[in-house]
Design a binder for this molecule. Structure first.
Ligand SMILES: Nc1ncnc2c1ncn2[C@@H]1O[C@H](COP(=O)(O)OP(=O)(O)OP(=O)(O)O)[C@@H](O)[C@H]1O
Length: 367
């Protein structure tokens, strides 16, 4: 039967307290990604799913990675965890507390995964093994990194279950016995078990219904505030980033379109893609102001096997010129914000125009 704080043998309680103390003394991690490029090999040739991506996650802060499906967000996360398929071309560096973790072998990553950097995946079912009970899976991760008894690891797993709102008895169950929301909470418990300094949350709520989504997100936020870890949160949802992240990186077709402090990027976007993304998300109505219509960005992300020679967003951008169609933009810095657009100096006018549905409706995609 499950033990509880009251029924735990004294030796287990003592060793658990020592483990907890050791783990909570771990500092939050700092991550600096420089010039990350990732090329998948496919039957139709190699293509760059991620190109020259750079960003920094300051210790104890959250960074949101946003963009449409297929923009390369999960590929970045997989590269950081060393989970890319064989024969994937990789360049650049990812400095975790100053140490480059990009392209390390599984053996070299063993002391790092779960312990210094851990992952909450999109689909909990993929990260849980169907043939082991969930408690054993969490214990295995703990025992791989900490010299403690199985009883202490199990007690730590119970603590993590309590943190995500699951009863300790359910540690004995198998993944198929859990609902989708419970499985996702179990994966969060596992990702937190070693108090890794860097947490990667790859669309942690995508597979859940809207009520469960908001419950899980507020739980992640609560736990995160309590533990003060660093986090990269991958999501399509700008509203979640606004509530959760100090900084944001907007990706489009494998490249960084815009980045900077979340408040600045969302209040004064510099890149037309960010302006379009904002329009596509429902905002809470403000009393006395007209309800904002939802406007989708026409067209689709370009085929990266044959990327356009100019700006990758040009074919969907209502403000694109010949320069955009022929020449890839440099990154321009405005205060703490950066955007890869030729016309950051016209961002004020673009923002006003981008808020009008007809701007997007009347454009000819690919023109
Ligand atoms: N193993 C793979 N082999 C070949 N191409 C891949 C592989 N994994 C992803 N891709 C492709 O790489 C591109 C980026 O995919 P990725 O999953 O990183 O995007 P994403 O922004 O995370 O999308 P989503 O939000 O849907 O998860 C896509 O075109 C995708 O089809």
């Amino acid at each position: 039967m499950a033990t509880s704080a009251n029924t735990r043998p004294a030796a287990v309680a003592r060793d658990l307290a020592r483990l907890d103390e050791r783990l909570s003394a771990k500092p939050a991690a700092h991550l600096k990604v420089n010039g990350l490029s990732i090329g998948y090999s496919t039957l139709r040739g190699r293509f760059h799913a991620v190109e020259d991506v750079s960003f920094e996650v300051r210790a104890g802060t959250n960074l949101g990675l946003v963009g449409e499906s297929g923009c390369g967000k999960s590929t970045v996360v997989k590269a950081l965890m060393g989970l890319l398929p064989e024969f994937t071309a990789l360049s650049g560096e990812a400095l975790l507390d100053g140490e480059n973790i990009l392209g390390l072998s599984d053996a070299a990553l063993e002391p790092i995964r779960w312990n210094r950097i851990s992952l909450i995946t999109q689909s909990a079912m993929n990260s849980l093994d169907p043939v082991y009970c969930i408690g054993d899976q969490i214990c295995e991760a703990i025992l791989a990194h900490e010299k403690v008894s199985k009883a202490v690891a199990w007690a730590r797993a119970e603590e993590m279950f309590a943190l995500v709102g699951l009863p300790a008895e359910r540690l004995y169950e198998f993944p198929h016995q859990f609902s989708g929301g419970m499985r996702q909470r179990a994966v969060i418990a596992m990702a937190l078990a070693l108090n890794a300094g860097m947490l990667l949350a790859d669309e942690p709520t995508t597979a859940l219904d809207p009520i469960m989504q908001s419950q899980i997100m507020s739980r992640i936020r609560g736990i995160h505030e309590h533990m003060r870890r660093s986090m990269i949160l991958v999501t399509h949802d700008i509203a979640v980033v606004a509530e959760t992240c100090e900084a944001v990186v907007v990706m489009y077709a494998g490249k960084v379109a815009e980045s900077g402090p979340t408040a600045d990027v969302l209040e004064r976007p510099l890149h037309p893609y960010t302006m379009g993304l904002q329009n596509a998300f429902p905002r809470l109505p403000v009393r006395g102001q007209p309800r904002q219509p939802l406007i989708s960005i026409p067209g689709t992300v370009p085929n990266l096997l044959l990327p356009p020679s100019g700006c990758r967003f040009a074919s969907r951008c209502p403000f694109a010129t010949d320069l955009c169609r022929t020449t890839a933009p440099q990154v321009h810095k405005v205060g703490e914000q950066s955007a890869a657009c030729h016309y950051t100096d016209q961002a004020d006018e673009f923002r006003a125009a981008a808020a009008r549905p007809e701007t997007w409706r009347n454009m000819r995609v690919g023109a």
